[in-house]
Design a protein around this ligand. Structure first.
Ligand SMILES: [Zn+2]
Length: 403
């Protein structure tokens, strides 16, 4: 393709709306617009990626394909592959030791049970204005892990009242709860009252018609402080099995930074990430951003060969005696006939402008047709990732590029 036909517009400055380095380089090199729409160069990368993904091994092993072929620093599990990036749309828990990886809402982790205690008698205590775990723990001077946190929902579509309990030092993962009970919405005040609970002072003790679901730490945790289902009061020493029983005991807690890995107990990281592939879908535009984020230097993009829109950046430098442009055009046709994809910079621009654009766009090889070389029947060849040029005889170019 010819530079002018593609209407490539490179930018000298990073855009003001630059979210990440890679995003900025894609705009400067003319792969996408500032509004994040694909331009012909960006389309070219996606075409290459689609061709790669047609290989059946890609879906079987997207992680290996993306890592080995595209040299992307990625993390993955059996079903999804992610690229860590601060602007990522997802949060993922990741173990740097064994590579356990999962979206945070479903990530499992090794929980630490509290020391076993004798069950003490239930005791109703006055706890005015203690409608949060924070207020309650400071008022009663108990640690958060000695409290039971209540969350109330209504199941769709049968309107079953769902009462979930996690230890007070943990957060409920709604995604984990939904896996157990199906789709839910927050319960209304009327529904809470009807079940016999009290918002801010709720516990599963003495409820009517409630589906009680507790985190798997709760049955082994004795003497937890929980609501008395009466505004202004809590119960000390509630015990699962004695004071109430859950229909479902399951992992309901959401992972936090530093929780222990379920496989190796190493401290988990929680990182922002972009999804690149699932078992049934590939997010090509996310891969384009991951490529730009990973493969650039201070001059522009430098993608791996299997992802570049063109193999060769061909340009001419205007001569005084020889028609370098005509010779470049001839070479352009020769290379295309040999099956090499070429971006021919056919503009009458200064050499420096074209060199800058070649570095920005980042084709693996730049071929320059200049008067001095032509007088010896040679052109200049330079790889994107080296500083050195080499002079190559015209009839040696195709063999050199295809070897
Ligand atoms: Zn681990």
């Amino acid at each position: 393709m010819k530079y002018r036909d593609l209407q490539i517009q490179t930018q000298r400055e990073f855009p003001s709306n630059m979210r990440t380095q890679g995003f900025g380089w894609l705009i400067r090199a003319g792969y996408i617009t500032r509004e994040n729409e694909l331009l012909p160069l960006g389309e070219g990368v996606l075409e290459r990626l689609r061709a790669l993904s047609n290989d059946s091994s890609f879906f079987l092993h997207p992680f290996e394909s993306l890592r080995a072929t595209l040299s992307l620093p990625i993390i993955s599990n059996d079903t999804e592959t992610y690229f860590p990036i601060a602007t990522g749309s997802l949060e993922v828990a990741n173990c740097s030791s064994c590579n356990y990886t999962a979206r945070i809402e479903l990530a499992r982790f090794a929980k630490t049970a509290l020391p076993q205690e004798e069950q003490l008698p239930l005791e109703k205590v006055l706890t005015p204005d203690c409608h949060t775990i924070e207020l309650l723990t400071s008022f009663l001077n108990v640690p958060k892990e000695k409290t039971a946190k209540a969350l109330m929902y209504t199941r769709l579509p049968d309107n079953k009242f769902v009462f979930a309990v996690v230890r007070g030092d943990m957060q409920l993962s709604e995604a984990k709860l939904k896996k157990q009970v199906g789709d839910i919405r927050p319960a209304t005040v009327e529904e809470i009252v009807k079940s016999g609970a009290a918002a801010g002072y709720a516990s599963p003790v003495g409820l009517k018609d409630a589906l009680i679901v507790v985190d798997d730490l709760i049955p082994g945790s004795q003497n937890l402080v929980a609501g008395a289902n009466e505004t202004g009061y809590h119960l000390k020493n509630t015990n699962h099995g004695r004071d109430y029983s859950a229909e479902i005991v399951a992992d309901l807690a959401q992972v936090k930074l530093g929780n222990a890995c379920i496989n190796c107990e190493n401290a988990l990281d929680v990182i922002s990430a972009l999804p690149l592939a699932t078992r049934s879908e590939i997010f090509f535009e996310n891969i384009l951003l991951a490529l730009a984020e990973t493969h650039h230097d201070d001059k522009g993009l430098a993608f791996p060969k299997s992802a570049v829109p063109f193999d060769v950046y061909l340009m001419h430098i205007a001569g005084k005696e020889l028609d370098t442009r005509a010779k470049a055009e001839e070479l352009y046709n020769t290379l295309q006939s040999a099956g090499i994809s070429v971006l021919f910079d056919d503009r009458n621009e200064r050499a420096g402008v074209k060199f800058n654009d070649a570095d920005l766009i980042g084709c693996p090889v730049r071929v320059t047709v200049g008067e001095k070389g032509l007088q010896e029947g040679k052109v200049e060849m330079k790889a994107r990732n080296t500083k050195e040029n080499q002079l190559v005889a015209l009839d040696e170019i195709v063999p050199t590029l295809t070897k």
